[in-house]
Design a protein around this ligand. Sequence first.
Ligand code: GLU
Length: 422
Amino acid sequence: MLATATLTAEKNAYEVALENFDLAANALELDNNVRAMIKYPERELTVSVPVRMDSGKIVRFVGYRVQHSTQRGPAKGGIRFHPNVTIDEVRALATWMTWKCAVVNIPYGGGKGGITCNPKEMSMGELERMTRRYASAILPIIGPEKDIPAPDVYTTPQIMAWIMDTYSMMKGYPVTGVVTGKPISLGGSLGRNEATGRGVFYTIRSSCQNLGIPFQGARTVVQGFGNAGSIAATLMHEAGAKVIAVSDTRGCIFNPRGLDVLAVVEFKKRTGSVTGFPGAEKITADELLALDCEVLIPAALENAITVDNAHTIRARIVAEAANGPVTPDADRIFDEKCVFLIPDILCNAGGVTVSYFEWVQDENHLFWDENDVNAKLEKIMVRSFNDVFKIHVERKVNMRLAANMVGVGRVAEACRVRGLYP
Ligand code: GLU
């Protein structure tokens, strides 16, 4: 196995992203000139977002949009509304989008945006005013042929609709292709809402097949019960795996005989949390991660599994539904323990893949049925898994490095044939 990146406690997500790039570039023996052209973000915009709150007071938020790469196509990636958003987090997420789009081989570069805010404490009116002001501030650099935002943590189809409307009003005509993850009534794609979780499910199924782990009855633990986590859990359950524990920001529930996932989804819809679900035991977040299981799905935020808790993991497969949940030091511990990691840029790429389908449908004004969308998604996820798994086996590198080698290698190739302007 080639070495994975080393992490000190001070290293943030962007430093991790740069270090993982270097490891892939080294393994690919990439030319220094190409490295200089593809490693760093191409464009970064920081904007002031003043918002009139319901109280009448004006609060100034800070927003970002980072375009890491447009080598293979327009920048593509979500917008995050979260208190912990920083420029370095957005840079890291934008960088990962570049390699992610290349791993699934869709014609996009990578970008990401965010606003440092707590949307859980904001009214719908405040959220709408903040979204529209942010959209108008980043308007000069976005567009269907330049940079296409989408949902990410705590952003929704409704928020995408407000961005589409703001952009369209300023252009003077409707531009549906400026964002993806829109409501179906506004040019959204069938299957987009479920796509991230569905892609996670396909990569886990492929992993089980390749590792000889029976999928039927596979004990599955899900950390984070938002869009990706709840849908991955539902599909695992429906396909015969046994989801034994799930968690959200308020707590964790466990039932060794298996949870009725559809009932948990209903319960959360009704009460706002999975905690208190009848017939399940309450456990701590540390206990959840350390459960004896076949599949662990971290589906919350970055840095969930670090040097501090990686040694407690007993799962055979860890499927990164979130972006960046496992740190490089934890990767190294996983290598020693022979935990099979499905890296984020492969595992959760179903979301951006169906975003691509949505953009194609919008640009063509021709819409596909859901079976079509899901069949095309399955084909891309299985092919991408096989591309990465092949490098993992042939080059004897872990799955993280294999995925980065596929992604970085494709961007490097595009860079080589385009050459340097002027
Ligand atoms: N935010 C998602 C991601 O991290 C989706 C991005 C998109 O659809 O453009 O992959």
